[in-house]
Design a protein around this ligand. Structure first.
Ligand SMILES: [Fe+2]
Ligand SMILES: [Fe+2]
Length: 294
């Protein structure tokens, strides 16, 4: 039976990718697929793209591929090309080479595994690479996503939180994130799939799913934030991304939402006040509710 690895959401973190590549060399899967978000939210987008191109692994297009392409083409609101809170995105878009841009622009939205056509890969959901399936997704919603494809295994990423749900009509797995996990576990994460069949050629009866975690030199990536100039020139957003990486949980969106709700400029000077209100890793829904209700 083929073993298929799916890695995703590398987000410009080469040390994390290298650690996963080493683990894959031991695991020796028959096929490796990539779930998108090679770039964005990290300083080494170009290096990650070049490595994936070299490896030749089939890759779907994440929302961060779309996002940085939009910056390159100035197809974003005028203030995003000007305001300091978007300087990290401008830096990451400029860091990509022309070949990298050509590659990420060629990526398809979805495909099935060559060795196990019952496995469908998307970045977010079958309809969107900006919407995700996470621990908060209702059983009904997950079943709807599964019903919208022909295959019995839906593999996704985007939320940076691994998940494995068995439903009456199939299986949904989120492989988590290699370069920027949000589940509190700082290790690089990915998954390996193996179809279960009664015999060769028989229909797939189910999947064995292994969610893997690989330790890596996080300090090396943090140093690259400094050495590359990303931290210095990426403004408040680069600082928040660095904290996300250290905490393995979301900080950027909570900060931006907090700043808007409190009427505060999203600038470094606001960080101390923000961290009086927000503890990285705390449940987000009650925090956002509290902001909405003043
Ligand atoms: Fe992502
Ligand atoms: Fe994404």
């Amino acid at each position: 039976m083929p073993r298929i690895a799916v890695i995703s959401d590398i987000h410009g973190n080469m040390a994390a990718l290298d650690a996963v590549l080493e683990d894959l060399a031991d695991q020796r899967p028959d096929e490796v697929l990539v779930g998108g978000d090679l770039v964005g939210r990290g300083p080494e987008g170009s290096a990650v793209v070049r490595r994936i191109v070299e490896l030749g692994w089939p890759t779907v297009r994440g929302n961060h591929e779309d996002y940085l392409l939009a910056f390159r083409r100035h197809e974003v609101p005028a203030e995003w090309l000007r305001d300091p809170e978007w300087s990290a995105s401008r830096w990451m878009a400029a860091e990509l080479g022309a070949d990298d841009v050509g590659f990420i622009d060629s990526l398809p939205f979805t495909f099935t595994s060559r060795l196990a056509p019952e496995l469908r890969l998307v970045h977010g959901t079958p309809n969107s690479n900006r919407e995700g399936i996470g621990p908060w997704s209702s059983e009904r919603r997950v079943a709807e996503h599964l019903a919208s494809i022909a295959e019995p295994l839906l593999v996704c990423a985007h939320t940076h939180r691994p998940l494995h749900r068995e439903l009456p009509d199939g299986t949904v797995v989120n492989v988590g994130s290699v370069g920027l996990p949000f589940n509190g576990d700082r290790r690089a994460q990915y998954a390996i799939f193996e179809p279960r069949r009664a015999r060769e050629g028989a229909p797939v009866e189910g999947w064995s799913v292994e969610l893997r975690q690989v330790g890596y030199d996080l300090e090396a990536t943090l140093r690259i934030y400094e050495r590359s100039g990303f931290l210095e020139r990426g403004g408040i957003t680069a600082r928040l991304l660095r904290i996300e990486l250290e905490k393995a949980s979301p900080v950027l969106v909570p900060f931006m939402t907090w700043a808007e709700a409190r009427g505060v400029a999203p600038a470094p000077e606001a960080l101390d006040r923000f961290f009086e209100d927000f503890e990285p890793g705390q449940p987000l829904a009650p925090f956002f509710d509290r902001l909405r209700n003043g």
